[in-house]
Structure formats: structure tokens, C-alpha cells
Write a protein that binds this ligand. Structure first.
Ligand SMILES: *Cc1c(COP(=O)(O)O)cnc(C)c1O
Length: 379
């Protein structure tokens, strides 16, 4: 991939990796010729297989988006009652629970990995608990072994919201192989995109078949409807876009890796700035989160404003916490006393721009603005 040129346009936290338009036309011509737009067409079938091969998993069901995939995953396993989850995520994680009539029970996170703290999961279990829904936040793997031990001991299902974890590997294996199900998002803002889209990774063919029926109204054949399913199918244009994205994914991840390394190098000595942890897994560099602590004179929101004034738009993922939104804030587990680490991280976090087309010079400019803010202390 050629070095991207610096840009005067606003720099946002992310930007989709667009394949050349002319490369997309032949796919569209085939869709036009086939007149087969959805319901498991040729590109849908090809993308499921290509993703299994690329990710190193056996069974994938494509979805119209990640939220419908989360909702269907809960349906597929017949989850009831209470589900233990993280307040430190995108709001869709908990919304999928509410849309299934389930009660979210928030447990606190580990302040270093940003992921659910297994000890806090175990402490939150009640007789009504049936499942755990953790998130591999920023693609950092959860403590999957501890979570699996707790789930086994208490007879709970585990559904990973793996929306950030496309391509992440640990100990030579896809992180998506953990849990009863793992759910991906292919939204335009994610590392791998199908415009809108998502997927569920299943462990066996029978579960995949069940999920494939659920995403198509529960239809088994012309005269048989076996479950109260929904319409959550991926269309052919999205699947074709996904095949093209997949062809460029290694170059895109390499460019992201270089940007993350550049940020780490440039921000290394800046007091009060702590980049997200690395090591122990093969990341996808989907996010570059930093924590801005009390030593940084401007504070997190001051830095956020300095960057915005320069037309650079980082995001405070995840502030506010899910548990602070009105449909959750009255839950017993939503109180700040229960979630001190999540509250602290939400106050400090800033996700810096990272995407394949971001120029090295722009990374330098962003890091310079951050470093200059740190020096205001001594004046
Ligand atoms: C993006 C995202 C989702 C939702 O996925 P959509 O495809 O946008 O519906 C769910 N959970 C997390 C953690 C996400 O980042």
C-alpha cells in the first residue's frame, strides 16, 4: 500500500477502507445478471467460506448487522433471566439484552485490559443468572479461560460480543473460538466492513443451522416455520463488498499496525498519557485508546477540545458508560459504587484516529498536539 498523503480535511477517529470503485463493478454486474439480491446468494455463500478460512473458525452465519446478530445469538441459546455484562462497551451490547426481555447485570472491568474482571463476574451470579456477555474491548482478549471456568462451574452460557475482535488471535488461535457463540460487527467503522453487517461464529453445524433459520423468520422449508425468527439476513451487495474488503485486509492491518507503533513511539515519554496495553495476543489495531490521567494538565476533556479545535476528532469510547444511560441507570448493578474501574476509565479514555489511509505526517501532528498539551504544566 502506498504511503497515504497528509490531509487538510477533518481527521475522524476512523474512516472505512474503500476498495477501488472499478474493482467493485464486476461484482455488481454479476448481481445484476443473477437478479439474486439476498437469501443466501452466491456472494453470501462465498463470504461465509472465505471468512471461515481467513479467521480460522468452522461455522459462520452472516447477518445484516452486529446488533441483530447479538439479539439472535441470545435467542438461539434460549437465554432467560439475568445476563452478566460490561458497562464499558457500545450501547448495543446491553440493548440486545433488553430487546430479548433480559436483565443486564453490570460487573466491573479490569482497569488495565478494559474487559470484565472474572472475580466480579463470579460475585454477580444469582440463581437467575443464565449467561455472561463479555466484550473483547478494542480487540484485547478477555480472560477467556477464567470466564470459561466460571461458566462451567455455574452452568452458564457465554456469548462474546466480539465486535472489535475481527482477526484477533491468541496462542495461535482465533479468539472467536471461545464462548458458546461469538458475535462480530462489520459496520462501516469496524476493521472489516460489509457496509452494514455482522456474523455469529458457532461451534457446531447444528447450531449454525438453527441460527441460519432464526435469521430468516425461522423458516425451514416452504411449508415449515420452526421458530419465531427474525429477518436479519445479509444482502448480496454487502457480501460482495466483504469479499473485496477481505482481499485488502492484510495491507489494511499492516498500515494500522504501523500507525499504532508510531503513536506508541511518539507518546512514549508524555507524562499522564498511557496507551492501551499490548502483548499476549495478535491484535487488529482497530482502536488506539489512551488514558489521560491527573498528571496531564489539560485533563482528558481539555485534550479532546484541543484536538477538535485542530479539526481532529478523537472519540471518548466509552463515555458515558452504558450503565449511565436512563434505561439502565436505575438497575441495582448500575450504581457507581459497583463500577469504580469502569467509571475511572470512562473519565480518562480517548480513542485516537487510526485507519489505513491516515498519513504518517498526520499521526506526527496529532502526537505533537498531545505532547504540547503536557508541557503546559511547567509554564
Ligand atoms: C459496533 C458494535 C456493535 C454493534 O454492531 P452494529 O453492526 O453496528 O449493529 C456491538 N457491540 C460493540 C462492542 C460494537 O462496537
Amino acid at each position: 500500500m502506498p504511503q497515504p498523503a497528509p490531509t487538510a480535511a477533518p481527521i475522524r477517529v476512523t474512516q472505512p477502507d474503500m476498495p477501488p470503485l472499478e474493482d467493485f463493478i464486476p461484482y455488481l454486474e454479476r448481481i445484476w445478471a443473477s437478479k439474486f439480491l439476498t437469501n443466501g446468494g452466491q456472494f453470501h455463500q462465498q463470504l461465509e467460506q472465505a471468512l471461515c478460512d481467513y479467521l480460522g473458525v468452522e461455522h459462520i452465519s452472516l447477518f445484516a448487522n452486529g446488533t441483530l446478530a447479538l439479539m439472535t445469538a441470545l435467542q438461539a441459546l434460549g437465554i432467560e433471566g439475568e445476563v452478566i455484562t460490561t458497562p464499558y462497551s457500545f450501547v448495543a451490547t446491553s440493548h440486545a439484552l433488553l430487546w430479548n426481555g433480559l436483565q443486564p447485570v453490570f460487573a466491573d472491568i479490569d482497569p488495565v485490559t478494559f474487559n470484565l474482571d472474572p472475580a466480579r463476574i463470579e460475585a454477580a451470579i444469582t440463581p437467575r443468572t443464565t449467561a455472561i456477555m463479555p466484550v473483547h474491548c478494542y480487540g484485547i482478549p478477555c480472560d477467556v479461560e477464567a470466564i470459561e471456568r466460571i461458566a462451567r462451574k455455574h452452568g452458564l452460557k457465554v456469548i462474546y460480543d466480539a465486535a472489535h475482535a475481527f482477526g484477533v488471535r491468541q496462542n495461535g488461535q482465533s479468539i472467536l473460538r471461545h464462548g458458546d457463540l461469538a458475535v462480530l460487527s462489520f459496520h462501516a467503522t469496524k476493521v472489516f466492513s460489509t457496509l452494514e453487517g455482522g456474523a455469529i461464529v458457532s461451534r457446531d453445524a447444528a447450531t449454525k443451522l438453527h441460527i441460519d433459520r432464526l435469521k430468516n423468520f425461522g423458516i425451514v422449508d416452504e411449508v415449515t416455520v420452526a421458530a419465531a425468527g427474525i429477518n436479519a439476513k445479509m444482502n448480496e451487495v454487502s457480501a460482495a463488498f466483504g469479499l473485496l474488503q477481505l482481499a485488502g485486509i492484510d495491507a489494511a492491518l499492516e498500515r494500522r499496525r504501523a500507525i499504532a507503533a508510531q503513536y506508541r513511539h511518539l507518546l512514549g515519554g508524555v507524562a499522564g498519557i498511557t496507551p492501551m496495553p499490548e502483548g499476549g495476543h495478535e491484535p487488529n489495531y482497530g482502536y488506539f485508546a489512551i488514558l489521560v490521567d491527573d498528571r496531564y494538565p489539560l485533563g482528558r476533556d481539555g485534550l479532546y477540545q484541543v484536538l477538535r479545535d485542530a479539526d481532529i476528532h478523537p472519540r471518548r469510547y466509552f463515555y458515558p458508560l452504558i450503565s449511565d444511560f436512563p434505561m439502565y441507570s436505575t438497575l441495582p448493578s448500575a450504581g457507581p459504587d459497583n463500577l469504580p474501574n469502569a467509571a475511572m476509565v470512562a473519565r480518562q479514555v480517548l480513542c485516537l484516529p487510526i485507519y489505513p489511509a491516515l498519513a504518517a505526517d498526520d499521526v506526527v501532528r496529532i502526537a505533537d498536539l498531545i505532547a504540547r498539551g503536557a508541557k503546559r504544566a511547567s509554564t
